[in-house]
Design a protein around this ligand. Structure first.
Ligand SMILES: Nc1ncnc2c1ncn2[C@@H]1O[C@H](COP(=O)(O)OP(=O)(O)OP(=O)(O)O)[C@@H](O)[C@H]1O
Ligand SMILES: O=C(O)C1=C[C@@H](O)[C@@H](O)[C@H](O)C1
Ligand SMILES: [Mg+2]
Length: 260
């Protein structure tokens, strides 16, 4: 065997070690999840991830391959998140709720924590139509927009582990609720009219709030919609005076513990 063949064999042995280490690492991730579940601990622990990143930085300080190794570890962390997401949710998470309830905010956070794909329905529809939502309403009417929403929910049934951030009115159509439940668990985010007003008051991208952007107007529309939102929901998470981490933790606990 010449030196080149020897090096290639050594490389193959290194790959075997990496594979074994990754398999072990992934099984440890599953054990950590099981432990947290057994002892009712929170699944999302951002401080722990920060700690791991710092430890790695210290270990790699002065290492001539630090950049490349850090890159590999970023991938490893992302894949660990995916493993967690797949274990926790074998379906899409569909966020519904009134405008400003926090659907987009919570989607972003869930996507960061579990590396889940996000489908921001309003955004995707606007991108595909190459038009803003207010322009779609003005040009083609609300019915046209609502049909686009229904078609998008049907399209999402082929996917898994996606966080779908619905437009505020999606759950008003019975057909939409049927379609979203075929492959998704529906999470209703709620907030008081006062909270909603504070969150939406400086934004003009919501045509349905036009002329009613005050606490009384929001409250009235919310009451009109409440029954349909609640009927669609598998779980409900109130967001008043809660930070994003608290809301996501509650959402995960309710989704994974509830018999739904
Ligand atoms: N838990 C929270 N605490 C404080 N502010 C929040 C919280 N959740 C969302 N917000 C803020 O409220 C505003 C509206 O939130 P977001 O866009 O996530 O709502 P949405 O439900 O997606 O609304 P829409 O239906 O119009 O898309 C944003 O400015 C966001 O930063
Ligand atoms: O509540 C609604 O009816 C709407 C909410 C937004 O997300 C957009 O989907 C659109 O402005 C309609
Ligand atoms: Mg949104």
């Amino acid at each position: 065997m010449n030196d080149l063949e020897l090096y290639r064999e050594q490389l193959a042995l290194c790959d075997d070690k990496i594979i074994d280490a990754l398999v072990e690492r992934n099984s440890i991730i599953e054990k950590i999840m099981a432990y947290k579940e057994e002892y009712g601990m929170s699944i999302i622990q951002p401080k722990q991830e920060e700690k791991q990143e710092r430890q790695l930085e210290i270990k790699l300080d002065g290492n001539k391959y630090s950049e490349e190794i850090e890159d590999v570890f970023r991938r490893i962390r992302r894949n660990s998140k995916r493993i967690q997401a797949r274990k926790l949710f074998d379906y899409n998470i569909v966020l519904i709720g009134f405008m400003g309830a926090g659907k987009s905010t919570i989607s972003d956070y869930l996507s960061t924590v579990f590396d889940m794909e996000i489908v921001e329905m309003d955004q995707l529809i606007a991108d595909r139509e190459e038009m803003s939502i207010p322009d779609i309403f003005a040009t083609y009417g609300e019915e046209y927009f609502r049909n686009l929403e229904t078609n998008l929910l049907i399209e999402m049934q082929d996917k898994k582990n996606v966080v779908i951030s619905c437009g505020g009115g999606v759950a008003m159509r019975e057909r939409n609720v049927e379609e979203m439940k075929k492959n998704g668990k529906v999470v209703l985010l709620t907030a008081s009219p006062e909270t909603i007003y504070e969150r939406v008051k400086d934004n003009n991208d919501r045509p349905v709030l036009q002329g009613r952007k005050n606490v009384a107007g929001i409250s009235e529309l919310m009451e009109q919609r409440r029954e349909k939102y609640e009927a669609a929901a598998d779980i409900v998470v109130n967001t008043d005076d809660k930070d994003v981490l608290t809301i996501c933790e509650e959402l995960v606990q309710k989704l994974t513990r509830a018999e739904i």
